[in-house]
Design a protein around this ligand. Structure first.
Ligand code: NAD
Length: 438
């Protein structure tokens, strides 16, 4: 059991803090966002993440998990400091590391005893070295510390389960002492025989980018195959299924759709491309995946407009689903943002609905109408665009949908509606890569 501070209490920091406490550690989650910490102290969870409330509550109750805005104290009182702050897209696609560096500075100023500084945030290769030099520059004593790169792979929507049962743990470190302590931190996972990969710091940093970029590549690849399917009259789902049966490929991440979004793939692919170009070792495949993804998002709006015969001005379009995928309230880089913007640019009227993500989308589009149910959103709508694969949209009652709309016209960017049912009910519709079956 270790005394741990997790700095940054967002999707990764909060789930990691609660998970590390569940492993038996004593954890304080620290953040500069006062309102977030206030909510957490009041027993409320600031994000929607299935199962998170239960893990947080159970560890707060057992006094293993607490929250603070006093980050300096959290550092001084802990032996292991996890950095989990955001690393958003910055200038020219590079990762913006200002939050990471300011935390490193603060750690240096508060280094009062031996500590492990461990980065969970996704940071470009070489950042570990910079963090070490910032801490060294700011510490004013000869207290020692070790640095560990421990990239996080949890998926929003399944974050708790991913953290408590990870596929593997990556520990990039040079010090045996640090590895020993990290083994204690994750001792529950050792008992479960979770693979632990010990490596050096640049390798650990590279693993995270290589991993995310590969998944993004897979998505862009199947989206382009889907577009080809439309042109040749093939069904992308059968193509993807057959590809997935090949053990060398795996069926995961071969689902066509409106293009990837979220807080990771878009910025991580750009950061990797930017870094590789700087190092004169360009990763062209990933650069192409980014371009494909940009086009795929625009292509969805083009599909909708084509279905509507380009008569958009003054027409009402119900956008169902705002988060970048189901089971999260995160709208960062969501395909719905591009869709809404394109509709508004053409003079269309948007009525949006999402079971959890509407509040986050209001920060992007404060003036559009938000409905409390899908039925309210589609009422008298000229068209519907399904942007997220929420279960409630998979189970849409198409007869009810038709009866509520002004005209039965649907763009299904997630391929979740039944083509035979849409056809039988006389819907005008489109989807991604399987139009031939209409
Ligand atoms: P987030 O935006 O949800 O949370 C970041 C938190 O850091 C916020 O609460 C913010 O207030 C806090 N913060 C910012 N500056 C701070 C500072 N100086 N001191 C203390 N707190 C500060 O971000 P996230 O989605 O949790 O991502 C965090 C990191 O983890 C990123 O590098 C991301 O790429 C990586 N990551 C994210 C996911 C994911 O699914 N979200 C998965 C794996 C890795």
């Amino acid at each position: 059991m270790k005394n741990i501070a997790v700095i940054g209490t967002g999707y990764v920091g909060l789930v990691s803090g609660a998970g590390l406490a569940d492993f038996g550690n004593q954890v304080v989650c620290a953040d500069i966002d006062k309102s977030k910490i206030k909510l957490l102290k009041a027993g409320k969870i600031p994000i929607f993440e299935p199962g998170l409330k239960e893990v947080v509550n159970r560890n707060v109750k057992s006094n293993r998990l607490s929250f603070t805005t006093d980050i300096s104290k959290a550092v001084r009182d802990s032996e292991v400091i996890f950095i989990g702050v955001g690393t958003p897209e910055g200038k020219d696609g590079e990762a913006d590391l200002s939050a990471v560096y300011s935390v490193a500075e603060m750690i240096g100023n508060n280094l009062n005893s031996y500590k492990i500084i461990c980065t969970k945030s996704t940071v470009p290769i070489g950042t570990g070295e910079k963090i070490v030099s910032i801490i060294n520059k700011h510490k004013n004593n000869d207290v020692e510390f070790d640095y560990v790169s421990n990239p996080e792979f949890l998926r929003e929507g399944a974050a708790v389960q991913d953290f408590l049962r990870p596929n593997r743990i990556i520990l990039g470190a040079t010090s045996q002492k640090a590895l020993q302590i990290m083994q204690d931190v994750y001792s529950s996972l050792y008992i479960n025989e979770t693979p632990i990969i010990h490596t050096n710091i640049p390798t650990a940093e590279t693993i995270k980018y290589a991993n995310n970029a590969f998944l993004a590549l897979k998505i862009s690849y199947i989206n382009e195959i889907a577009n080809l399917c439309e042109a040749v009259g093939a069904d992308v789902h059968i193509v993807a299924k057959a590809m997935g049966n090949d053990g060398r490929i795996s069926p995961k991440f071969l689902h066509p759709g409106p293009g990837f979004g979220g807080s990771c793939f878009p910025k991580d692919t750009k950061a990797l491309v930017s870094l590789s170009e700087k190092l004169n070792e360009p990763i062209n495949t990933v650069a192409a995946a980014i371009t494909t993804n940009y086009r795929q998002k625009k292509r969805m709006a083009e599909k909708l407009f084509k279905l509507m015969e380009y008569e958009i001005k003054g027409k009402t379009i119900a956008v169902l689903g705002l988060s970048f995928k189901q089971m999260t309230d995160d709208v960062r880089e969501s395909a719905a943002i591009d869709m809404i913007q394109c509709i508004l640019d053409r003079g269309g009227i948007v009525k949006a609905y999402d079971p959890f993500a509407a509040d986050n989308m209001k920060k992007h589009f404060p003036s559009i109408a938000y409905s409390v149910s899908w039925q309210a959103a589609v009422k008298n709508a000229d068209a519907v665009a399904i942007m997220t694969e929420w279960h409630e949209f998979r189970a849409l009652d198409l007869s009810e949908l038709k009866s509520l709309m002004k005209s039965p016209l649907v763009l299904d960017t997630r391929n979740i509606l039944s083509i035979p049912d849409l056809t039988a009910l006389g819907f005008k519709f489109d989807n991604v890569g399987r139009k031939a079956l209409k």
